[in-house]
Design a protein around this ligand. Structure first.
Ligand code: MTE
Ligand code: LUZ
Ligand code: MOS
Length: 767
């Protein structure tokens, strides 16, 4: 193994994407299903509902339970604690009790000695349902008063008065579909009983504490009896912020009751049909502008498709409102949002967390105005970009704004005017191939909108041989968190990266963790690591000065393990001095804590300062549409992204590329389809299309707007996990524009994703 060589010196930092990359490529990284099975381990299989809404009339699993190899079948009545897994609102049972509310809802758990026995039992279970009416559409749910939580309203200025002063006022409706997370590692957990009536759980979760809390609740024991350990995830993308808890609770319940190790891992089709997805939204907008095309007023009403239980939808709803005006300064705003209860699997967090859905509607509104007035959308977009001192509808004042600087940096490199001319010329010459372009500015708020969650802790140990162990509450899911945590510790101590190991995330080592989400993991946990390192340093510095007879006013620090005194290298090094510090009984371990300062939000007034800062950027997308087939190709995506002073450009570029392509998938090809009975039709990779290497843009060019402004980002390196997803919205409008170039009278609606099917219909339809 050559992992040592690759992370050994700071010259490699440009390409240092973390301690795992070698093992990932070699297939050696351990995921939940790779943990070696213990003697007697049971397989847990979920028996789920085949109807979307109904009463359970009878449940017959006697024959199934008597099969050889089947140990026990669990129903709701076998739950030792509370049959409740709802995170924000207690409205979701672990196992259906009397009624089912969505197709794929867990009803029973089969615990068996082999997977085959569990599978056989699954087919022997008999259930009789009395079906009830199924609602899949959020507007229908709203009309029938079916809401998951109270509706919310953000208001700035007075839209009614402002519309009267507008030269132009337009109204419209939009639809945006959901998105399957399709993390490579499906949901799953492995649990075994430990001493003192406790359990240890290995879970593929973004929220170890949420899992711990849910397991404790379901089992009816204290959180201190549940230890959750997470090495890494094969992707989460928000799908494991909350929904990993159910499968962890299932494995833990079986382990706890039967006193045996138990594993519950969903196969791909189970995962696709049982778990929730990105929330689809149906929205109405009204937009008003003056004759200079300044947006004066914007009203929007969002109908969120929440699914059958609240899950994270109330928080997602809130983030939709926070992002309803995207990067634009609009002095009069009225944004309303309803979280509608439907008979679909509870929808959940997905990269962007409702922000993308809100921003999509804003962009549709601008696009609609542009089409009505015969101008290009970029004219309106550029005129209305946010500036320092503007006010968001939720009361936060815009500062350190990079909306214009990102746009203008992009425009400096590519003249939008020239692109417009080139595309017009191309479209004039070509009948059956049309090109389109779009610009997509983004503005994304960084912090959990629930202020409480913006806290983190870290545990840093310096061992007596000088090696360092770092534990945080953050979860590595491919976003490069461990790389960044190593960099932070190495920088604080002045040691080489090779000295540092990032440990698994474990609820017995670091407690009360917030989920790794909201793009805030590196900021929150990195600052906690800094705090812990500083505490150790504060003990080491006076000790070293005394030990080496260095004056108290002299400055000492380490660079790459070498001790410097007043800027001059000495012959002393980290390893040697730590060994002495241990002998002299210096405390070489510390617990760090961080809570984001400044932020606050008052839900009663819907005003405050919820975000530590905002991330900005602009994407230019160019596409070519084949007007015979309805197929399209993405020619170029050029992005200027506000990364602050990126501490790891390799990781951050990777996040931009991954986010962009995931956003393009959501907007153009990924189509979650339920039939009117609430049954998922796009239930496998044969019927659900995600971007592959052939569908990524032919050219992706990402440039960072390098800034060192004072902000709350870790080492001024701004959060990057979610914001780039929203560049993908640009692909939607670029394709739409190409369709309009072919058929200006198309009846194509604002309905994402814009699949080849919709493109083809749009090319040959009439208003
Ligand atoms: N990147 C990879 N490779 N895998 C993931 O699961 N999740 C995204 C993003 N990037 C994800 C990812 C989501 S939804 C979030 S919120 C952030 O990473 C979480 O990590 P961060 O807070 O460290 O940015
Ligand atoms: N989760 C959450 C999130 O609980 N609150 C948030 O604000 C958030 N934002 C993005 C992603 N997950
Ligand atoms: Mo990301 S949606 O915050 O997990």
């Amino acid at each position: 193994m050559s992992t040592k060589k690759t992370i050994s010196d700071s010259k490699d930092i440009k390409s240092f994407t973390g301690p795992d990359f070698y093992n990932h490529v070699a297939g050696k990284s351990i995921y939940v299903d790779d943990i070696p099975a213990m003697e007697g381990m049971l397989f847990v299989k979920v028996f789920d509902s085949v109807i979307a809404h109904g009463k359970i009339l009878s449940l017959d699993y006697t024959a199934a339970e008597q099969l050889e190899g089947v140990v026990k079948i669990f129903s709701a009545k076998d739950i030792t604690g509370e049959n409740q897994i709802g995170g924000i609102i207690p409205d979701e049972p672990l196992l259906a009790d009397g009624e089912v509310h969505f197709c794929g809802q867990p009803v029973l758990l089969i615990a068996a000695e082999t997977e085959d026995a569990a599978e056989e039992a699954y087919h022997k279970i008999k259930v009789e349902y009395d079906p009830l009416p199924v609602i899949t559409n959020p507007r229908e749910a709203f009309a029938k008063g079916k809401l998951l939580t109270s509706s919310r309203k953000f208001q700035l200025g007075d839209t009614t008065a402002a519309f009267k002063n507008c030269t132009y006022v337009f109204e419209g409706t939009t639809e945006v579909n959901g998105q399957e997370h399709l993390y490579l590692e499906t949901q799953g957990a492995y649990a075994y009983p430990t001493e003192h009536n406790s359990v240890r759980v290995y879970s593929s979760t973004q929220g170890p504490t949420q899992v711990q809390k849910t397991v404790a609740r379901v089992l009816g024991i204290g959180m201190n009896q549940v230890e959750v350990d997470v090495a890494r995830l094969g992707g989460g993308f928000g799908g494991k912020e909350d929904q990993a808890s159910a499968y962890a609770a299932m494995a833990a319940l079986v382990a706890y009751v039967l006193k045996k190790p138990a594993k519950c891992i969903l196969n791909r089709m189970e995962d696709m049909r049982m778990t929730g997805k990105r929330n689809p939204y149906s929205s109405d907008f009204k937009i008003g502008l003056d004759k200079e095309l300044k947006i004066l007023a914007y009203e929007v009403t969002h109908y969120q498709n929440g699914g059958a239980a609240a899950d994270l939808s109330p928080a997602i709803l809130e983030r939709t409102l926070f992002h309803s005006t995207n990067s634009y300064n609009i002095p009069n705003v009225l944004a309303t949002a309803h979280s509608c209860k439907t008979n679909l699997p509870p929808n959940t967090a997905f990269r962007g967390f409702g922000g993308p859905q809100g921003m999509y509607v804003m962009e549709c509104a601008i696009d609609y105005v542009a089409k009505q007035l015969g101008v290009t959308a970029d004219i309106i977009q550029r005129k209305n970009l946010l500036k320092d001192g503007d006010e968001f509808s939720y009361g936060q004042i815009v500062s350190a704004c990079e909306a214009e600087s990102c746009w203008d940096k992009l425009e400096k490199e590519v003249s939008i005017e020239k692109i417009k001319e080139e595309i017009n010329a191309f479209n004039k010459e070509n009948k059956l191939i049309k090109k389109g372009y779009s610009l997509m500015p983004i503005c994304f708020g960084i912090s959990f909108t629930n202020t409480m969650l913006n806290q983190a802790r870290a545990l840093v140990h310096v061992y007596l041989d000088g090696s360092i162990g770092v534990s945080t509450g953050g979860v590595e899911m491919g976003q490069g968190l461990n790389a960044k945590m190593m960099q932070v510790a190495a920088k604080e101590f002045g040691v080489s990266l090779i000295r540092i190991k990032v440990e698994s995330t474990n609820t017995s080592r670091v407690v009360n963790t917030s989920p790794s989400a909201a793009s805030s993991t590196a900021d929150l946990n990195g600052k906690a690591v800094q705090d812990a390192c500083k505490q150790i340093q504060e003990r080491l510095v006076p000790f070293i000065k005394q030990e080496l007879s260095i004056g108290i006013n002299d400055t000492i620090y380490f660079v790459q393990d070498i001790l410097y005194v007043n800027g001059i290298a000495t012959t002393h090094n980290w390893k040697q001095l730590i060994a002495i510090a241990y002998v002299k009984r210096i405390n070489l371990s510390a617990k760090g804590h961080y809570a984001t300062p400044v932020i606050n939000f008052d839900k009663t007034t819907e005003k405050g300062h919820p975000f530590a800062y905002h991330v900005y950027g602009t994407a230019l997308t160019k596409v070519t549409v084949d007007c015979l087939r309805g197929t399209y190709e993405l020619d170029t995506v050029k992005i200027v992204h506000d990364a602050g002073a990126s501490m790891n450009p390799a990781v951050d570029i990777g996040q931009c590329e991954g986010g962009l392509v995931q956003g393009i998938g959501w907007m153009t090809m990924e189509e979650v389809v339920y039939n009117e009975n609430g049954k998922l039709l796009s239930n496998a990779l044969s019927t659900y299309k995600i971007p592959d290497i052939y569908s990524v843009p032919n050219e992706i060019d990402i440039e960072f707007l390098k800034t060192e402004k004072d902000n709350l980002a870790i080492l001024k390196s701004k959060a990057v996990g979610e914001p780039p997803l929203m560049y993908g919205i640009g692909a939607y409008f670029a394709i739409r524009n190409a369709v309009l170039a072919f058929n200006p009278n198309t009846n194509i609606t604002y309905h994402a994703p814009i699949t080849p099917e919709k493109v083809l219909m749009g090319l040959y339809s009439k208003k």
